[in-house]
Design a protein around this ligand. Sequence first.
Ligand code: NOJ
Length: 559
Amino acid sequence: MERTRWYKDAFIYQIYPRSFCDSNGDGIGDLRGIISKLDYLKELGITCVWLSPCYKSPNDDNGYDISNYRDIMDEFGTLEDWDEMVKGMHDRGIKLVMDLVSNHTSDEHFWFQEAKKSRDNPYHDYYIWREGKGKNKKKVPNNWTSRFGGTAWEYNEATDEFYLHLFTRKQPDLNWDNPKVRKEIQDIVKYWLDRGCDGFRCDVITYISKEEGLPNGKFNPFACGDEHFTHGPHIHEYLHELNVKVLSNYDCMTVGEGPGVNVDTGLLYTDESRRELDTVFSFEHVEVDTIMQALPKKFNLAKLKRIFEKYQHGLRGKGWNSLFFENHDQPRSLPRFTGDYGDKHDEAAKMLAMALYMMQGTPYVYEGQELGMTNYPFKSLDEFEDVLVRYVIDVIDKIKVIPWAKKVALKVFQKRARDHGRTPMQWDDSENAGFTVGKPWLAVNPNYKEINAKKEMADENSVWHFYKKLIAYRLGNPIIINGNFRQYYPSSKDVFCYEREYEGKKLFVIANFKNKYVPFRMPKEFVGKQGKVVLQNYADDPGLCDRILKPYEAVVYEL
Ligand code: NOJ
C-alpha cells in the first residue's frame, strides 16, 4: 500500500462530539448531529475531521475512558450512525481521524473487570499492578501522581494490590509490556481502519511505556513521575511494531498527542524512516503562558515565537509538525493570546489564524474556532464540569483548606479550565445557540447571539468567511507545504513576522498581536517590492513599506 502522506496537505477540523450538535434533544451532541453538519464542514473547506472519542464509555473523562473500543457511546448513537457519518464524510471528500485512547481503558472495560478479580486471572497482566508498601502493605507503591491530581494508585481489595492510573481512578493504565495488550490495540486499530476511518490521533501516546521498577519521581507539586513514563524505554519499539504490523498497510495518518515532546523527541516519533508516527502534537507553545503547565502566567509573544521557530527549523525535512492553538483541553485562543480585544474581536481572531496557519505542518482548527468562539465567563466553581476541576474542589472540601483556596482555584480555572473549549458549538441565535432543543450538558456561552455560524456565514467579512478563504488559500499551496521559514524581529513583543520561501516564491506574514498601534519597519529585502496581498484583516493595505500597524493588523503577501 502506497502511503500518500495526504496529511501534509490537509486541513483538519476537530470535533468534540459532546459539544458539537445534538440531534435528539438530550442536551448531548451525537453522531447524527455531526451528520447534519457535514455540508457545513464541506462548505468551510476542511479536508479531514479528527473526532474525539465516540466509543462506549461511562464518561468519567468524557469518553477518554473507554469501556468498549468496538462500539459507540449510547449518548452518541450506533455503529450504523458511524457508518453513515463516515460515508457522508467520504462522499464530500473529507477524511476521518479517530481518537485512539490506548494508554488506559475505563475501569468498566471487560478486561479490567476481569483483571481485578484475581492475580491469576488471564487479564490481570493487562494492567499495571504493584503490592503496597509498609508493614501492612497499604502504602502506595511509589510517589507518582495522577495528571488530574492525587496519587496515581488505587487499592484493589480482591488482589490486595494497587493498580496504576495516570488519569482518574476510573482510567487504569494498560500494560503495554504485555504482548497480548499490544495485539489487542493492533486489532482495534485494524478494526476501525477496515471499517473506513483514515487514521488516529493517539491519546497521551508518550506515556505508554513505563520504566522498569517504577522508581519514585522527582518532587513536583503538580505532577510526579513524568521522567519515568514519558518516552519510556520501549516506546519506540512499540510504536514501530504498531506501524509495521498495521498502520503501514493503510494509506492512513497518525498524530501522537505528545506531552513532554520537544524537537529532538518529536523527530524520533515522526522521522519517516523510523516508521513510528506520522506527526505529533507538541505542547511547548501552549504551555508558554503557564507555570509548570498548570498555573496561568502572563503571555509573552517573544517566547511563543521562539518556540514556533525552533519547531519550524527542527522538524523541517525530517519529521512533521502540527499547527494548533485550540483543542478540547485548552482554553480558547481568544483572549488567551490576544489579551482584551475590546471591539476588535474579528480582527484578533483573523490575525491569530494568519500568524499560525502560514507555517509548515498539518493545521488543525477546533470546532468554533472558525467563528472566533471565546472563553466562557465562569463566575463560580459550581459551573465547571471537568473532572479535573471537580477533583480540585473535592480536595479543597475534604481537607477544609484555607478559606481563600476556592477563590484562588476559581481564578486559575477562569483562565485555564478545559471547559472553556467544551461549551456547545454556537450554530445560530436561537435558544441554546441551536446546539440542542434540550438542556445543554454544559452552559452555552452567552455571547452566542453575536458569535454564531448562521450570522457569520451570512456576512462576507466574518471570521468564518476568513477561515474559509484561508483554508482554500492554504490547501495545495507549495510554499506553505514545503517552504523554508525565516523569522524577522524575533525579539519583538508585539509583532510576529516571518517569511516562507519555496523555489523562488515567497510568502511574507506580518501579525500584530496587540490591541494597539505598533510602528513597523519593513525588512530591507522587501521594501518597494511588488507583493500581492493574499490575506488581510483590514481592507486598506499600503504595500511593502514602513507603516504603523493598526490594532491586531495582519497581512500575508505573496511575492
Ligand atoms: C488527553 C486528552 O486530550 C484529555 O482530554 C484526556 O483527559 C487525557 N488525555 C486522558 O485520556
